[in-house]
Design a protein around this ligand. Structure first.
Ligand code: SF4
Ligand code: SF4
Length: 445
């Protein structure tokens, strides 16, 4: 697609600190915003450009770049085949690599967690089960060398025993086992893939990493391969689909390119459309002038539709059959809405609610629910509040432990002080006794 007239980057001031000024000339790969803490990656300029607009508003910011040249900078192709884990983590962070399968989790953090957990298996996720997504298939068909390079770096750094590629078709990459993923939704979900490939199910709050398995999206592995060659993450493949898209395509897009430009490259005018970042099932609504990010797997555009009318649960059980994680969505919904669960006690309800930790938010239950109940969004909100409650409980117990330790120290100080006074009194009495004895001796002489 043609070089956009403007690139747009958004961030939050509690995760990033802006590193450029209005009117400044930024070079390709230059850091636009520095990450605060280790959970985020830097925002990088994808081309030589001028910083045109810099806005900050209530904890968020936007940076607009005007590309100054049509030439995407010459690629640095210095290769480091002997990277250790520490240098790979550093290199991946510097290259701004974040999960490209939709989650956007900082890849260097996931690498460090995987190494600490001692993972032995890597699953490369290219299953793309949402309708309209085809960028991973395109990557594996036309640019598998980048993926192979990433696999080499990961295999060495994490000392992996097994590398499996899960895709809808068979591909050949040296040293990589290929497994055909099912085409039904949500076959590409991380936990569903782990169960299909290892035969074991990550239950509840147990993560694949805790079972010795790390899952990276195929595009993320390719970006790791690029990072090994000192190439920052500045573009990605994006599938552009949906009923309103006139010429559906897979495009190589510079990060920061506005969604409206991507749609225009597919012969579609964005105004008045409902635009989703991702696919039609789990996609996130965006504005036309928002920019493409590392986690933008696809762009879905459709005419705006009204909200479906929601009805009460009729206990048909369709959601239970649809759940790939073997949860009981209807029971969790009922427990969360304080509905009666038959003879269930409060403990039963708490147990039912605890199962929500295993929900992946895939929305399979939403899709089959004849009452159009928004189950998944309720479950994700519940998960979030359970996480916050757990963090608050942990902080409270740490504060209590600190208070008790402080009290114990204070009591022991007081005890020592009392012992010191007694000791002091005893010493003074000794001195008086010695002086009296000396006086008596003088008197006798
Ligand atoms: S599919 Fe909907 S209506 Fe049926 S049991 Fe589940 S929540 Fe209730
Ligand atoms: S969103 Fe629904 S179907 Fe998907 S894992 Fe959660 S409860 Fe199961």
């Amino acid at each position: 697609m043609p070089l956009p007239a403007r690139l747009s980057f958004a961030g939050a001031s509690d995760t990033h600190c802006i590193a450029v000024r209005q009117g400044e000339a930024a070079m390709v790969g230059q850091v636009l915003a520095i990450p605060l803490g280790d959970h985020h990656v830097p925002l990088l300029a994808p081309v030589d450009a001028t910083v045109r607009i810099l806005t900050q508003d209530r904890g968020s910011f936007r940076i607009h770049l005007q590309p100054s040249t049509a030439a995407i900078a010459a690629e640095a192709v210095e290769r480091h085949d002997s990277l250790t884990l520490a240098s790979l983590v550093r290199q991946v962070r510097r290259a701004g690599v974040a999960g490209m399968g939709g989650a956007g989790f900082a890849t260097h953090r996931k690498l460090a967690l995987a190494a600490a957990a001692g993972v032995h298996t890597l699953i490369i996720n290219a299953a793309e089960c949402e309708p309209g997504l085809a960028s991973d298939a395109y990557l594996l068909r036309y640019d598998a060398g980048r993926v192979a390079l990433g696999v080499r770096a990961l295999r060495r750094a994490l000392s992996l025993n097994r590398v499996v590629l899960a895709a809808k078709q068979a591909y050949r990459i040296a040293g990589v086992e290929c497994v055909r993923a099912a085409s039904n939704y949500p076959a590409g979900d991380e936990r569903v893939l782990v169960r299909q490939i290892t035969g074991k199910q990550p239950m509840g709050a147990l993560r694949p990493i805790d079972m010795g398995v790390v899952v990276f999206n195929a595009a993320t592995v390719a970006a790791i391969g690029d990072a090994v060659r000192n190439k920052p993450l500045v573009h990605r493949l994006v599938s552009v689909r949906g009923p309103a898209v006139r010429q559906p395509r897979v495009l190589q897009v510079l990060l920061g390119t506005p969604f409206e430009d991507v749609l225009a490259a597919c012969g579609t005018v964005a105004s008045g459309l409902r635009i989703l970042e991702g696919g039609p099932i789990m996609g996130r609504p965006v504005e036309p002038d928002d920019g493409i990010g590392p986690a933008t797997t696809g762009v879905w555009a459709e005419p705006p539709g009204g909200q479906p009318v929601r009805y009460p649960c009729i206990r048909c059980g369709l959601c239970v059959d649809a759940c790939p994680m073997d949860l009981h969505p209807q029971a969790i919904w009922a427990a969360s809405t304080k509905q009666a669960l038959g003879e269930a006690t409060l403990d039963d309800k708490a147990l039912t609610l605890r199962a929500v930790d295993g929900c992946t938010g895939c929305r399979a239950c939403d899709l089959v629910c004849p009452s159009h109940i928004a189950l998944a969004s309720r479950f994700l909100a519940l998960q979030n509040s359970r996480r916050q409650q757990a963090a608050a409980r942990k902080a409270a117990s740490a504060a209590l432990a600190r208070f008790k330790a402080h009290q114990a120290r204070a009591l022991s100080r007081q005890a020592r002080a009392r012992a010191g006074v007694r000791q002091g009194n005893e010493s003074a009495a000794d001195i008086h006794a010695v002086l009296a004895a000396a006086k008596r001796r003088r008197g006798r002489s």
